[in-house]
Design a protein around this ligand. Structure first.
Ligand code: ZN
Length: 252
């Protein structure tokens, strides 16, 4: 995560609802069981709705809890059916974006939405690019699959991006997502404070919730993050990726 310091003197000229000064979304990828085992309790305690980018094979491990979370307003987003990433990842070598096509990635996406609809009775309206990678093929025949995501969703979220979203300018089909795993609350707060100063939209991306060796947000960090974002003094609109993207779309 690079330095979040702002270079703006004035906030962006964009009007957030109810006098809020910025928007923050919390997102969690892969439907990891710790998200419902440890994360939901904290989010619900503060009345915060988060976005979960679900990997369908993991949903059935906690099916009833996911159903309940969906019914109570947490967003269930699309993260493809089989999580294809670069074949440079050993675990994705047999399911590599380099060997894929626009037709195959569209099939991945529509199959994931069908599965989520069957299991949870909700239809995903936003997407998170697995590994933040947005291409199929390689070299001169490489193609971006951002247009496929744009056809199916109101927003597509990246991963390990280096900045926040300018609501007047951002391409909703590839909004920036900032990695929030493995950080102390103070470093996440610096990102939020910069976002408020700019009047922008910050999307945090996490994986597990709890005490894990990698790709996790500790429980006390999630609690502190929720407390800070829910505090009306801080002027933050904290809501799902779908809610914020819809608002931005309407304002344009
Ligand atoms: Zn993922």
């Amino acid at each position: 995560m690079s330095s979040p310091s702002s270079t703006l003197d004035q906030p962006l000229p964009f009007v957030w609802p109810e006098g809020k000064r910025a928007a923050v979304s919390l997102s969690f990828d892969d439907a990891r069981p710790s998200q419902v085992d440890a994360g939901l309790l904290i989010l619900d305690r503060y009345g915060i709705k988060a976005t979960f980018y679900l990997s369908p094979p993991n949903i059935e491990q906690r099916l009833e809890v996911w159903r309940n979370a969906a019914a109570h307003g947490h967003e269930m987003g699309n993260h493809t059916l089989t999580h294809p990433c670069s074949g440079n990842f050993v675990w994705s070598h047999a399911n590599a974006l380099e060997d894929s096509s626009l037709e195959r990635i569209e099939q991945e996406i529509t199959s994931a939405s069908d599965t989520i609809r069957d299991l949870l009775s909700v239809t995903p309206t936003t997407f998170a690019y697995p590994c933040g990678q947005k291409y199929v093929g390689r070299g001169e025949s490489l193609q971006s699959y951002v247009p496929v995501v744009a056809r199916h969703f109101i927003a597509g979220r990246g991963f390990r991006d280096e900045t926040v979203n300018n609501p007047s300018f951002c391409d909703l089909a590839q909004v920036m997502g900032v990695d929030s795993d493995g950080h102390a609350f103070e470093s996440l707060q610096a990102w939020i404070d910069r976002t408020v100063k700019e009047g922008a939209w910050l999307i945090f991306c996490s994986h597990d919730v709890g005490d894990f060796p990698r790709q996790a947000m500790p429980v006390d960090v999630l609690d502190a993050l929720c407390r800070y974002c829910a505090d009306a003094e801080n002027g933050i609109w904290i809501d799902t990726v779908a809610s914020v993207a819809s608002y931005i779309h309407q304002q344009r």
